[in-house]
Write a protein that binds this ligand. Structure first.
Ligand code: F6R
Length: 613
């Protein structure tokens, strides 16, 4: 996620900003920059890559400013590059701005500004917002503060913005909605940050800014207002957190933080793309290759690991809703086979990092044979994103824990949208089902929140019982089968316990021989048309003295009478339910790994991005 810093005080701003940006590096980023007040003008320095690149670039410059803003960018609109890095300068050069978040209606605002003669140096939504603010300031002959207030009333999306203006030599204007902003109070100085880590070395007194608040920050004064221009009394808190705890958002591990971020990240991946009230889906990537999709004989999903599991679920969903042939391929196999590919094939490449070597080569080969590539990637501007003919970003933000959690649920959320959109274009999905699925998808963030609040402690207790198991079996049928595979993979990675995922009915063709009183079997058993069958499978395990942990739907009265432990998730349409069922399994793996004293964020032998074959 982007990181922001700001400083207004009596000391040199640049060292404080650089130090702050380094503290925010843990959030993940692809470029960095600073803007500083230099007498009557603003100086902007920005570079793609690490903060160290920026330092090298600025080395030897004599920067005397005592007011400045800085940014680490995690690309959302526009590839990582020097020109897309923040801060941006307004058309007049009089205002510099950094932004963390997404402006959903930027295209409309940009159109209006282009008609007025504004030009843009970057591909970002942020530069549009900045010039929109400048335009209001000029036309209304008002202060920057007033212009920001007017602009934000028209903005749809999420933001934290920090602005400096040549007309206000000792001031930073800041505002937030949906993205975090903290202001630290120092001696004749104020520090601004996405979290408290950049200011911890200078002060422990901070004010957490709320949504729809605007701050006017000077060395010796902090004025807080709402967007209606009414003053708000800042609530000053004393920090008692250490740096490491702040980076992890107060959680013990990045993995846990990322599991708990899922209500927000799923919301972010759906945001601006669906409206359950109309109901409609907007996916420009699908629109772009609409003709190819309508003519396609086949969709091939190519991915590795957890992303492959997302692809497997997508196969079930797309075949059901779009009535088109779908195949799911391990990229590492696909690239070395000699598959029959034609220009009537659509390849969906699913990848968190966008850099997985096997997936990259697999789609390169397919593209050469005429296939159209649709990339479903988390990291903006990554190799797979650049190679794709069209695509959709998953917008989960940087995933730091090596085991994928929030990236997986974001992949599922976007794949649901892809399936629904294609089904609608092809006319293969009935309106009532389309509306129901969209409605249920819109509820997923709140349902995930409910699971996290309601089941976390219970899952921690359940994990204690099974921490010393030697093997695990994960079983599911239909849409829940890919989740059984993902649950088993998470457990293997995090706890080093051998775990296998199987289709529940396949069990009697072999794995049932493993079942005895020492084998925990995790059933993904939310309500669906085959519910009675999975109940029979549970009975079969219990008859052989296996231990059963079941993820079930709220209201299920049968499985609790059979299973040793149940984890309850809200009842939702069976197609959407897997995005909920996986969350308890992530937590179960996390707590078992933790109980075994393992490094859950960096499991042995694993890399976050597998750029070698
Ligand atoms: C598992 C995990 C890996 C990745 C796989 C593909 O938790 O993270 O299995 O899913 O290496 O990586 P991406 O999605 O970056 O292509």
């Amino acid at each position: 996620m982007c990181g922001i810093v700001g400083y207004v005080g009596c000391n040199l701003a640049y060292p404080v900003l650089i130090d702050g940006l380094k503290k925010l590096e843990y959030r993940g980023y692809d470029s960095a920059g600073v803007a500083l007040h230099a007498g009557n003008s603003l100086e902007v320095y920005k570079k793609e890559g690490k903060v160290a690149n920026l330092e090298e670039y600025v080395y030897g410059k004599n920067i005397q400013a005592t007011v400045g803003i800085g940014h680490t960018r995690w690309a959302t609109h526009g590839v990582p590059s020097d020109r897309n890095a923040h801060p941006h300068l307004s058309n007049s050069g009089g205002i510099a701005m950094i932004h963390n978040g997404i402006i959903e209606n930027y295209a409309q605002l940009k159109e209006e500004l282009v008609l007025k003669g504004y030009t843009f140096k970057s591909d970002t939504d942020s530069e549009v917002l900045l010039n929109f603010i400048e335009d209001i300031k000029i036309n209304n002959e008002c202060s920057l503060e007033e212009a920001v207030r007017i602009a934000l009333r028209r903005v749809v999306g999420a933001y934290v913005i920090l602005l400096i203006d040549t007309d206000l030599p000792d001031t930073i204007i800041a505002a937030r909605k949906g993205s975090p902003l903290v202001i630290g109070i120092g001696e004749n100085a104020h520090y601004l940050g996405s979290d408290a880590s950049p200011m911890l070395a200078y002060t422990k007194e901070v004010v957490y800014i709320n949504d729809y608040e605007l701050a006017i920050v000077k060395p010796d004064e902090l004025i807080l207002k709402n967007l209606g221009n009414e003053r708000i009394t800042p609530f000053v808190q004393k920090l008692d957190m250490e740096l490491a705890a702040i980076e992890k958002g107060g959680f013990d591990h990045f993995m846990l933080k990322e599991i708990f971020e899922q209500p927000q990240t799923i919301f972010d991946s759906l945001r601006g793309r669906m409206d359950a009230t109309i109901p409609a889906i907007t996916l420009s990537g699908i629109e772009k290759i609409k003709g190819k999709i309508l003519e396609a004989n086949r969709i091939i999903i190519v991915a590795c690991g957890t992303s492959w599991h997302a692809g497997l679920l997508a196969e079930y969903v797309i075949e059901e809703l779009c009535r088109v042939n779908v195949e799911v391929e391990y990229a590492s196999e696909f690239r070395y086979r000699n598959p029959i590919i034609t220009d009537k094939d659509i390849i969906i490449a699913v990848s968190q990092s966008g850099e997985t070597a096997d997936t990259l080569v697999a789609i390169e080969n397919a593209q050469k044979q005429g296939a159209t590539i649709f990339g479903l990637v988390n990291v903006v501007g990554s190799s797979i994103a650049r190679m794709s003919d069209a695509g959709a970003y998953t917008h989960a933000g940087p995933e730091i824990g090596v085991a994928s959690t929030k990236a997986f649920t974001a992949q599922l959320a976007v794949l649901y949208l892809v399936a629904l959109k294609i089904g609608q274009l092809k006319g293969t999905i009935e309106n009532t089902l389309f509306n129901k699925l969209l409605e249920d998808l819109a509820k997923v963030p709140e349902h995930v929140q409910h699971i996290l609040e309601d089941q976390n402690e219970h899952i921690r207790e359940v994990a204690k019982k099974y921490t010393d198991a030697r093997d695990f079996l994960y079983l599911g049928r239909g849409y829940n089968f890919p989740i059984a595979l993902e649950g088993a993979l998470k457990l293997k990675e995090i706890s080093y316990i051998h775990a296998e995922g199987y289709p529940a009915a396949e069990m009697k063709h072999g794995p049932i021989a493993l079942v005895d009183e020492s084998l925990p079997v995790v059933f993904v058993a939310t309500k669906d048309p085959y519910h009675e069958k999975i109940v029979s499978n549970i009975q079969e395990i219990k008859a052989r003295k296996g231990m059963v942990v079941a993820v079930i739907s709220q209201g299920d009265e049968v499985i609790p009478t059979l299973a040793d432990d149940v984890i309850v998730v809200p009842q939702i349409h069976e197609i959407i339910a897997p995005i909920l069922s996986v969350v308890p399994l992530q937590l179960l793996s996390y707590y078992i790994g933790l109980n075994r004293g393992l490094d859950v964020d960096k499991p042995r032998n694993l890399a976050k991005s597998v750029t070698v074959e």
